[in-house]
Ligand binder design. Structure first.
Ligand SMILES: Nc1ncnc2c1ncn2[C@@H]1O[C@H](COP(=O)(O)OP(=O)(O)OP(=O)(O)O)[C@@H](O)[C@H]1O
Ligand SMILES: [Mg+2]
Length: 349
């Protein structure tokens, strides 16, 4: 999967940092909400690193039971415990000359954190049940979607470990914060899944695009990708609209309010009413196959008033013309020639 950095400043800053630090061995912490691309960035860091020929070893920290985490990470010696019939290498050792990727690092317990701290400090560790100190050379990349500082305050995360793992921090913005990149992402996923499913869907209507631009995307790019994948598969906007509207209706009126300065109740409620109106009109239009006469009747408003509301909300007065979702202009978005080697086919846009 390619990474689309788009054009929002936060993503450009992330890309810049990745390119700057990729070839160094400094530990990198990638922070961002779920679905913002932390794993993709970890892969890219590995691909662009001097250790790209080595393995990228991923540890999904919450997926491994606490009781097994230590042996999973550091391995064990034969006879270390009942059932340890042979010596087993841990993930840390497997990442020798490569990259160790600790996903959701916030869920590591304090004991494991201190053992990893040792690895970061002098590159040594001891297998469970062993006595010999072993040396490894690996680059650590961690990812977190929770605030590790809060965990430090709560006593569940070691401050010294936090200092070690985040020599460089890359903050990935939520999709809400990079909504200007939505069209590029949509184009990319449509093109990608059209190729995968060998089927090109109808072009997305302007109103569907607008709906997506006003949505709050709690699942970020993963949610967008899933939505576009099913759109390409099913070929109808209905499912897409259905996923976006009910959610928005629930949260639309309680839009987040910036309390750092006085707010105008009148403006906020007027905006909320408009948003709600727009969503309802869109839904009824869809239900009536974009027949405006029927829609006006259904909504118990005059035809003229419907047309007025449509233009006021920037929605099409005529049945939605397809929005030409031009295929991503690769030359335009392409990075300055960075072509990471396969097998991780990560490209920059
Ligand atoms: N910038 C991007 N460009 C293209 N696709 C992206 C981008 N960011 C994320 N994706 C897509 O979104 C999905 C989720 O990405 P990824 O697994 O890297 O997110 P994550 O931040 O690790 O999420 P989680 O915290 O839930 O593990 C992937 O399938 C990936 O293809
Ligand atoms: Mg992830």
């Amino acid at each position: 999967m390619d990474i689309l950095f788009g054009k929002t400043p936060a993503m450009l800053a992330a890309r810049n940092k990745i390119e700057r630090v990729a070839e160094t061995d400094v530990p990198v912490l990638i922070q961002g909400e779920s679905g913002t691309g932390k794993e993709l960035c970890a892969q890219l860091l590995h691909t662009l690193s001097l250790r790209a020929r080595g393995s990228l070893v991923k540890v999904s920290c919450p997926a491994i039971p606490h009781s097994l985490l230590e042996t999973e990470l550091f391995g064990y010696e034969k006879g270390a415990f009942t059932g340890a019939a042979t010596t087993k290498l841990g993930r840390v050792e497997q990442a020798h000359n490569g990259t160790l990727f600790l996903d959701e690092v916030g869920s590591l317990d304090l004991n494991v954190q201190s053992k990893l701290l040792q690895v970061l400090q002098d590159g040594t560790f001891v297998r469970v049940g062993g006595h010999e100190s072993r040396s490894i050379a690996t680059r650590l990349v961690s990812a977190a979607n929770s605030d590790l500082r809060t965990q430090v305050e709560a006593g569940t995360f070691r401050l010294d470990f936090l200092f070690r793992i985040n020599a460089v921090t890359i903050n990935l913005p939520s999709l809400r914060q990079r909504i200007a990149d939505l069209p590029i992402l949509v184009d990319y996923f449509i093109e990608h899944y059209s190729r995968v499913f060998r089927h090109t869907p109808e072009l997305l209507s302007k109103s569907a695009m607008r709906l997506m631009q006003n949505y709050h995307w709690p699942g970020n790019i993963r949610q967008l990708e899933n939505l576009i994948r099913s759109y390409v598969l099913i070929g109808s906007e209905d499912a897409l609209v259905a996923e976006l509207i009910p959610d928005q209706q629930r949260s639309g009126v309680t839009a987040e309010i910036d309390l750092s300065e006085p707010v105008s109740l009148k403006n906020i409620t007027r905006q909320a009413t408009h948003d709600l109106e727009r969503q309802i009109i869109l839904k009824v239009l869809q239900a009536n196959s974009w027949n405006r006469q029927k829609t006006a009747k259904w909504l118990q408003i005059s035809y003229r008033s419907l047309l007025y509301k449509l233009s006021e909300a920037g929605m099409p007065e005529v049945p939605p013309r397809p929005l030409r979702t031009a295929s991503p202009k690769r030359a335009e978005h392409a990075s300055n020639g960075v072509q990471p080697p396969s097998p991780v086919r990560t490209r920059l846009y």
